[in-house]
Design a protein around this ligand. Sequence first.
Ligand SMILES: Nc1nc2c(ncn2[C@@H]2O[C@H](COP(=O)(O)OP(=O)(O)OP(=O)(O)O)[C@@H](O)[C@H]2O)c(=O)[nH]1
Ligand SMILES: [Mg+2]
Length: 465
Amino acid sequence: MPAPEAELTTLLQELDAAAYRDDMVARARASLESTLAGLKLSAEEQGLVADEIAALKGLFRKLEADTIEIAAFGMVSRGKSSVLNALLGRDVFEVGATHGTTVTRVEEEWRRDDAGRPGLEGTRLVLVDTPGIDEVGGEGRERLALDVARKADLILFIVSGDMVRAELDALSTLRNVQKPIILVFNQIDRYPDIDREAIHAKIKDERVAHLIRPEDVVMTSARPDPYRVRIERDDGATIDTWERPAPVIEPLKTRILDVLEREGKALVALNTLLIAGDLHAEIVSRKIRIREEAANQMIWNFSLATGAAVGLNPIPVADVAGGLALDVGMIVALGQLYGLPLTRKTATSLVRDMMLALGAMGAVGILSRLVTSGVRSSLAGITILSGGLAAPLTALGYAAASLAQAAAAGTTTYVLGQGAKTYLRQGCQWGPRGIKTVIQDILAQAQADSVIDRLREDLKKKLKG
Ligand SMILES: Nc1nc2c(ncn2[C@@H]2O[C@H](COP(=O)(O)OP(=O)(O)OP(=O)(O)O)[C@@H](O)[C@H]2O)c(=O)[nH]1
Ligand SMILES: [Mg+2]
């Protein structure tokens, strides 16, 4: 009987550990909830990231159901499926002498009679079988390795002798994922005692000493080869039959439960947080990409519309006024796309600021150089906007609008649109480098991308049509 003080200390330690675990679980749950709520996706975006959202919800369910996933992992025919069957005590996973028996991920609940061990009360253990990692090509193998490791809470890495290069590589990759790994040296019945001990020592002291603790290298014989037994019948005749020895699996079972008892629930919570973080990052980056594509499409359409307005309308006043209205409309629409509604007034002053930036940096010259045919008069529109609408209207003249003129006007809209996009993406800020640098970069990029030529081509088709 321990002294009452000692008993109290133990009790407090256990309470501490339990509080820590519960705290982790509560935190993981809160994080998942706020991740799901904070995504703010449009119906279209939701469709495009449906898989990731389903995975997040799956994590939530796993956390609620207190499920711990234990995955077998390793090269073909090492006995992954056999080890899981031995743990279950019945043949559930398909076993075969040919390589590549298991072809997909399969899972089965592991019900134990010793359920209710401290730290594991109420938890569901699930065993997960996977195909051998050498069944898939190099790149796919790595992806599979990471995928399984990402989902599992505990990994059983199965080998059946001294480890080969591919096994060591895969183990290092898995180790990076920061999951507990038990290295299982299976099929020990195939080796004489001396060899078995030598291989065991070599694995734990040399091969994986930097990756796995020695106590996490466990020997099993999940499905020992059958041996011949000669039975003498009552009538004196003898017959030969085959009998399979009982598996050696207890040391692995004990080790798994020890690891889980120590860190099981906290581990699941931690895992949930890690995976949720990855999924969240993936959804956010996908959302950004989707918006970016939609914004670019929108900017292109508005640039074409501006170009078409200028190209079709011989009266310059209308060109300029119409152009400005389109630019403002575009920026308001972009604001909606980014979930940052802008008033027409704000959009108008954004247009004005960007035009001023273009004017101040002599962009009129830069833009006119973009116009290969050198129709400088078309760029008067920029001067007009940057200096106010009234005075230099005459500078445009009444020359017939050319395609080059239209394309140049469209390019201005393009630059304004990309500028506004940058501004919105940065949370309605020009950022530390300021509006001029932003506009300058966009202009340089537009030049590099031959935006004006592409606009001209598109306009040519459109105006003809
Ligand atoms: N002697 C012996 N044979 C074993 C042991 N474990 C598995 N085997 C045999 O090894 C072969 C492969 O076993 P599986 O459990 O199918 O191996 P796996 O790793 O799941 O193989 P794949 O699904 O093809 O990747 C079968 O013929 C098993 O009977 C063991 O502990 N001792
Ligand atoms: Mg298998």
